[in-house]
Ligand binder design. Sequence first.
Ligand code: FE2
Ligand code: FE2
Length: 134
Amino acid sequence: MEVAWSSRYDTGIRVIDEQHQELFQLLERLRKVVQEDGSGAAMEALLAELVACSERHFATEEAYMARFNYPDLGQHVSEHATMLTSLHELLTKFRENQQVMALMVPTFMEGWLKHHISDGDFGFVTFLKARNLT
Ligand SMILES: [Fe+2]
Ligand SMILES: [Fe+2]
């Protein structure tokens, strides 16, 4: 099954939607490399890109939330931090030659991303839009 962004995850804030799409695209590329039994180097490069892309995306959202005093900032930041810890752990385990880790990432992160966008990101986007802050 393809890992794909869908319009149901459209928040209406362009920079955030573009970053979400980039994350889904990276997950799909990783899924394909794993499925096609690609090289470890290709998997590691994609995993590292996924971590970097997640860090950039979370920082963007957190800057928005901080700028506009979003009340659930702490909870949202902690969800991002937990995900980043998991991603760093997966990358470390992968580098320790447990290539099976690469198999887990697309499924694990796709589930998290879909849930987090629907449950967490829509919360602050709704908050910003209600105050005409976007
Ligand atoms: Fe997000
Ligand atoms: Fe988020």
